[in-house]
Write a protein that binds this ligand. Structure first.
Ligand SMILES: Cc1cc2nc3c(=O)[nH]c(=O)nc-3n(C[C@H](O)[C@H](O)[C@H](O)COP(=O)(O)OP(=O)(O)OC[C@H]3O[C@@H](n4cnc5c(N)ncnc54)[C@H](O)[C@@H]3O)c2cc1C
Length: 430
């Protein structure tokens, strides 16, 4: 590495995006990834079918939510990534009151929800007339202010649990940065029309193709290279110690989950390390399963559960019957549990999970294949007040040390793409 080079620790989407933007700005970069493969959570893993058919599962996102002019859409165009055609979606449900009803993520959902009275439904339509809120707000208060108490009580908990695995009152609005962008542009409805609606796109080769393609273009990702210790050198430079190897660099970027970043920073930037270590992370339980197909679900389906009724089961999504990641003739599901919600003891193992699924999806046949993919530390919990703590954390970082990731920009890949693109423009300033 040259005298003025930058070493990036972590070859997940954050580290690869940082390398991509710095390289484009003419910087010399190298990426260290602890594991054999890049991508972190955003990896497509082989999961052969019952007769060994080639098939796959997604560790993290099943698709990419792209707005017309979003940073992620620009990146995909620059990388020349191609998308699998995705037709209309199948049903989207909310499990509540012991039965399935249309999902609150659809326009029809809240308008037909029997728990929302006429006044609450009319209140939804008043959203474009609501002004800006306070700088610091939890998600429950944000939605109650914009869409009314009725929506916030009846519909919001399942939506937030399905995306962030936590209750809305335990999250700051900064956990979903797009909400603040939309509010600044006139509200959830008008803002979305102005900023551009988002749609889910399926990458050919799965979501993992994003990280693989980035790494191929970069050509500077060192797999199986785990950073184990940092050292401050005279002249403001840094040394990183790996197993049997060390590297010096002018700038160090930690694109790591918060516990790993906190552990490395403890000896060289203890105030930032302490603030990082205080950010809680959520563990998700994820089950992948394959079943005989169910008529009517060929285009896929999604079910969110109203958290008190799910007993820790947060939701389930299916692949469309023609999704190239699945096995032809089988229905492939991904079921999420846990996060900030306590898990009923019966849901610790697959038989209990399947029984709970059948309560909401009686059409579902026995699984012919099941695989558990635990996701420890899947998401940071960005509690109300997170933005202020973040400012203190960044201010306390010594010159030449940088930290990126889901706890800084939000856990969604579109948030990471937006945040890291903007961060790279200020580099090497903080
Ligand atoms: C089950 C699940 C579903 C999700 N669904 C969606 C979704 O639908 N839409 C969406 O937008 N997002 C989703 N996400 C979130 C998204 O995938 C993550 O927020 C994002 O991938 C985080 O990327 P990252 O690079 O910041 O961190 P990570 O993916 O955690 O990457 C960090 C990398 O650092 C490496 N590393 C760790 N320690 C060291 C070390 N000491 N030295 C070197 N390398 C190290 C790790 O091996 C890893 O590769 C989901 C996540 C999960 C878990």
């Amino acid at each position: 590495m040259s005298q003025n080079s930058t070493l990036i620790l972590g070859g997940g989407i954050s580290g690869l995006l940082a390398a991509w933007h710095l390289r484009r700005a003419g910087q010399a970069v190298e990426v260290w990834e602890a594991l054999e493969t890049v991508g972190g959570w955003a990896q497509t893993l082989a999961w052969p079918g019952p007769s060994g058919e080639p098939a796959f599962l997604e560790r993290g996102p099943q698709g990419l939510r792209l707005g017309r002019s979003s940073a992620l859409a620009r990146l995909c165009r620059d990388l020349d990534l191609s998308f699998a055609p995705s037709g209309p979606k199948g049903p989207r449900w909310l499990g509540k009151g012991g039965r399935r009803r249309p999902s609150p993520a659809t326009l029809r959902g809240p308008l037909t929800d029997p728990d929302l009275g006429l006044a609450a439904k009319l209140r939804l339509l008043g959203e474009p007339f609501i002004g800006l809120g306070p700088a610091e707000e939890d998600l429950q208060s944000f939605f109650a202010r914009r869409l009314g108490e009725g929506f916030a009580q009846a519909c919001l908990p399942a939506l937030v649990a399905g995306v962030l695995a936590a209750p809305p009152e335990r999250l700051g609005v900064e956990a979903l940065p797009r909400l603040q962008t939309l509010e600044a542009r006139g509200g959830l409805l008008l803002g979305a029309l102005r900023v551009g609606l988002e749609a889910t796109h399926l990458l050919r080769g799965g979501t993992g193709a994003l990280a693989r393609t980035l790494a191929e273009h970069l050509g500077c990702v060192q797999p199986e290279r785990r950073a184990m210790a940092l050292e401050a050198l005279p002249g403001g430079r840094w040394r990183v110690q790996g197993q049997g190897i060390s590297r010096e660099a002018a700038q160090l970027v930690l694109a790591l989950p918060t516990p790993e970043a906190a552990a490395l920073l403890a000896t060289v930037a203890s105030p930032s390390a302490a603030l990082l270590a205080a950010i809680p992370t959520l563990d998700l339980r994820v089950w992948h399963s394959r079943h005989t197909p169910v008529p009517g679900w060929e285009r896929d389906f999604g079910l969110l559960l109203h958290p008190p009724e799910g007993r820790g089961l947060l939701g389930v999504v299916a692949l469309a019957a023609d999704d190239p990641r699945g096995v032809p003739g089988l229905l492939q599901l991904r079921t999420y549990l846990g996060g900030a919600f306590p898990l009923a003891p019966e849901l610790e193992a697959w038989p209990g999970v399947f029984q709970e699924l059948r309560r909401w999806l009686p059409e579902l046949g026995e699984a012919v294949q099941v695989r558990a993919e635990p996701c420890p530390g899947a998401f940071p919990l960005l509690a109300p007040g997170h933005a202020a703590r973040l400012t203190r954390l960044l201010e306390a970082l010594p010159a030449g040390l940088h930290w990126l990731g889901a706890a800084r920009f939000g856990p969604g890949l579109p948030d990471l793409a937006e945040g890291i693109e903007a961060w790279a423009k200020t580099f090497p300033a903080r």
